[in-house]
Write a protein that binds this ligand. Structure first.
Ligand SMILES: *Cc1c(COP(=O)(O)O)cnc(C)c1O
Length: 226
């Protein structure tokens, strides 16, 4: 299948999930390009995709250079180590997966002043279990207020990366939980629910996702080398 065919199929899946759920949410597709070479990203870009997500900083910086002639909005979606915050703050428009105040403070301090505030989604651990990342649901409110107060960040919403689940109902539960937390934070003026990947985008969209992060469904299996 070509990237064009894959993209059409994704758009169809999102449309029919919206229809079935009776929603008219605008869903932004973030193309997750980890391990894919720049020419594959360029192919998607030429088909109209303009949001790209990357997990690994060095790989992302190389691609940004290769694609500097494109009008791309770059999202950092990987785990964030504190020694990487300076580059992340300077080279991305969005960061998903913020789950520590220390990291948020660094991103705010290091966001260059010639750039607009950095868009942030807080990662929430909605799968229960011993998931390594994400703030726990009871902590979300205080954390969101603290991050929202940082001057060079713009808190946009919440993000989740639930444990894989087989059936649709099991996939929906964590997304439902994230939506509930999102609604509780209504007074913060959030507009983004970043949830849903290749195998669970329908469940996420049906629960109110405004942004889905799609890798393999768009680019095919991940490559071994970049
Ligand atoms: C890799 C990744 C995705 C995309 O996963 P696919 O299953 O390939 O669609 C989405 N979000 C995050 C945080 C990822 O690391």
């Amino acid at each position: 299948m070509t990237i064009q065919q894959r993209l059409q199929k994704i758009q169809q899946r999102i449309r029919s999930a919206l229809e079935q759920a009776g929603r008219d949410t605008h869903v932004t597709l973030v193309a997750v390009g980890k391990t894919q070479p720049p020419r594959r990203l360029l192919e998607a870009y030429r088909l109209g995709v303009c949001h790209f997500g990357e997990n690994y900083l060095q790989e992302a910086l190389a691609k940004q250079k290769a694609l500097s002639h494109c009008q791309i909005t770059w999202h950092f979606i990987g785990p964030i180590q504190s020694n990487k915050t300076r580059d992340i703050a300077a080279h991305f428009a969005w960061v998903h997966g913020v789950d520590r105040l220390k990291i948020a403070r660094r991103l705010s301090e290091q966001r260059p002043d010639w750039l607009p505030p950095l868009n942030i989604c807080l990662q929430v651990n909605v799968s229960g279990e011993e998931s390594k990342s994400g703030v726990s649901p009871p902590e979300v409110t205080d954390f969101a207020r603290a991050v929202g107060a940082l001057p060079r960040l713009r808190l946009r919403g919440l993000m989740a990366l639930p444990a894989p689940a087989e059936d649709f109902e099991a996939q929906r539960r964590p997304f439902q939980r994230l939506y509930g937390l999102y609604e509780e934070l209504a007074d913060l003026g959030l507009d983004t629910l970043s949830m849903g990947m290749s195998t669970d985008m329908e469940a996420a969209v049906s629960e109110g996702a405004t942004m889905v992060r799609i890798g393999t469904a768009l680019f095919g299996p991940r490559q071994k080398t970049v």
